[in-house]
Design a protein around this ligand. Sequence first.
Ligand code: PLP
Ligand code: CA
Length: 300
Amino acid sequence: SAVFNLQEGTKDQVQEFLNSFDTVLTDCDGVLWIDNNAIQGAADTMNYFRKIGKKIFYVTNNSTKIRSDFAAKAQQLGFIASQDEILSTAYLVAHYLKGIGFTKKVYLVGSNGIGEELKAVGIRHTGIGPDHVKPDFKSMKPSELDPEVGAVVVGFDEHVSYPKFMKAASYLASEDCLFIATNTDERFPKGGSIVVPGTGTIVRAVETCSERKALVLGKPHAYVRKFLESCGLDPARTLMIGDRCNTDIELGVRCGFQTLLVLSGVTSNKDLQKIQSDKTPPLPDVVLPKLGDLLSLLPS
Ligand code: PLP
Ligand code: CA
């Protein structure tokens, strides 16, 4: 079935679309904002959804911030948002580990966002910050490993380094050590000729040297689905909005949500055409150039 360009829909079709969901799940970066700049019309559209009674969740794979930081950022950019509407990967990691009764320490290849969310649920961690290569780095001793560590968590880490890979893989050599990753996004949605490697780069590196596969908690994986189901939403009456087919739209398809792809982030019109001919990753139901384009289509 073809992707429906809402801009080519009639007023009735737009109204029908709006009536077809009660809950809106939205990706953040690439849909609502890029870095610290709101995407034009996104806040007005989300606030309109709220005004007409839709329930809203912000679902982000970004692991670098805590939920209250995301809520503050959203508010600053004009979105009405509260902390408990934020479903971020740092929070998911803490929620997951708490849920399984984890009491050991986490070796964290990641940033403060995860560290603070872990702290908030009483889980200790080590590893944040720079860990530089020393001249004798290959002679690391087992005594340099912390026997309290029972999980390696990998998220976005701007200080990622060879010694961190060495420690992570050494902890993971113990079968009992859990291996959790926030997300596997390949890249950041930057334009132009500069490629900014995403968290997937780091996760795949740790998977390679540990010879293990991480349990990935972010979009499109099952933990988000379980979490959302526990919030009691009706999949058939839920809309997932995203800028990536292999995370946002894939999550939507796996969960039985309706899906709206916007072309203001990672996926370009050209990418969409390729996805349409390859049929992988899954296609969205509906497409718009950007979320704010919905405003001019609204029934008056
Ligand atoms: N991970 C990191 C570290 C990020 O900074 C971002 C976007 O800024 C993402 C992931 C992607 O986030 P989202 O799922 O909101 O697009
Ligand atoms: Ca995104």
